[in-house]
Design a binder for this molecule. Sequence first.
Ligand code: SAH
Length: 219
Amino acid sequence: MAGCALDDLLAPLEIVLDQAIRERLEWLGQELLRWNRTHNLTAITDPAEVREKHLADALTLLPLLKGATRLLDLGSGAGFPALPLKLACPALEVVSVDAVGKKIAFQRHVARSLRMTGFTAVHGRAEDLPGSPLCGAGFDVVTARALGSLPLLARLAAPCLVAGGRLIAMKGAEGAAELAAAQTELAVLGFVCTEQHSLRLPVTGAERMLMVLERSLFP
Ligand code: SAH
């Protein structure tokens, strides 16, 4: 892809990945744009923007995933952050869910093409996951980007998390105010915010806030 190399985006974010993984990420970006011409999967159509806002943005979660073994990505769209995280952490078991069939078809195409194991793309609603065999014993991390408000994410994530599991919400500049307004509702749902990370994407300077919400109580 033309424009700023993925390496140049990852270095300022202090993310180091093997060349083989970077090549797979680049391929994912190209394939997303190729499918997008006919399937309309994402509003982002510029290769440099795909690298920054889909690939690098998803990878900003990596430092928060230490020790994670099973990750669920809710409302993953064309696979973000699920696919870049799976590529960067091949041993991580990843389930991603989205209500739109063509987005899940793209994710399955990527998983098949790259011969991924431990990656399941589910076509359905997040509300229907709890109690399904896919949920199994639960996930230790649930991620969500651009899916909805913090209380909505908390309601969807809670029944899918193991005891002490974490919801990681990817928000923009509005994240801090949203968190302040949602504190009471989050507490009722048994979540406490244990970490907040503010960062800027390297080229556009777009503000991001990563929020870690730990599920501390169980009904
Ligand atoms: N996380 C992706 C997509 C964000 S758009 C990204 O950041 O690029 C929000 C996505 O959530 C859409 O693809 C929509 O189909 C999906 N979605 C919304 N509500 C949902 C629900 N209840 N269950 C499953 N998917 C849902």
